[in-house]
Write a protein that binds this ligand. Sequence first.
Ligand SMILES: NC(=O)c1ccc[n+]([C@@H]2O[C@H](COP(=O)([O-])OP(=O)(O)OC[C@H]3O[C@@H](n4cnc5c(N)ncnc54)[C@H](OP(=O)(O)O)[C@@H]3O)[C@@H](O)[C@H]2O)c1
Length: 183
Amino acid sequence: MKIAVVGKGNVGGGLANLWEKAGHEVQRIGSEGGDASDADAVLIAIPGPAVPDVFNSVSGLDGKTVIDATNLIGAQPPGGFASNSEFIKSKTQGPTAKSFNLNFAALYDKLAETNQRPGNVWCGDEDAREVVERLIRDAGYDPIYAGGLENAAVSESALRFLFAIAQAGTGPFFYRMAAPGQF
Ligand SMILES: NC(=O)c1ccc[n+]([C@@H]2O[C@H](COP(=O)([O-])OP(=O)(O)OC[C@H]3O[C@@H](n4cnc5c(N)ncnc54)[C@H](OP(=O)(O)O)[C@@H]3O)[C@@H](O)[C@H]2O)c1
């Protein structure tokens, strides 16, 4: 798959490396912008409040399947939308998903050492499912579906809960969630 990754930091740079190892062709786009026309999927991994800037600096996003990995951390989503993901979809009009926002980038280099695949909660459009679940698996996680894009705001809010657990003693952690028969 051809993937355009917007943001070269912990999340964008780290996932770009993991996806390249899995055989994908990755285009890395930083603050200078670029053209994502060739991409089959686009990851947005920049500070949450900077998301509107992407639509000035990155071209070729119309109709693209976008995975939004951002968190807002105290800021409000732009344009009166409930979440960054819904704002992004209003701009691209393409399949959109929220994912990787509830997984610690500091642990990407531990994914290869786990004896069970950690979980990665995603929510979003049904027509994004095939791409997002493949890229979750190719990064080293098991996808956990959390409903449609209307749940992206809940997902963005869940970060505080993850931080509470991490700060209470575990530090950055992996998680798994599954129906009873799967444990
Ligand atoms: N770190 C984590 O564990 C983690 C986990 C899940 C989700 N997240 C979320 O994922 C997002 C990225 O986090 P991070 O830890 O990767 O941050 P980071 O290491 O600070 O990297 C952010 C990157 O975004 C770039 N950037 C800023 N504005 C941009 C724009 N308009 N276009 C393209 N690139 C732009 C920055 O480039 P410049 O330095 O050139 O500005 C920087 O390379 C945040 O929303 C964060 O809340 C983080």
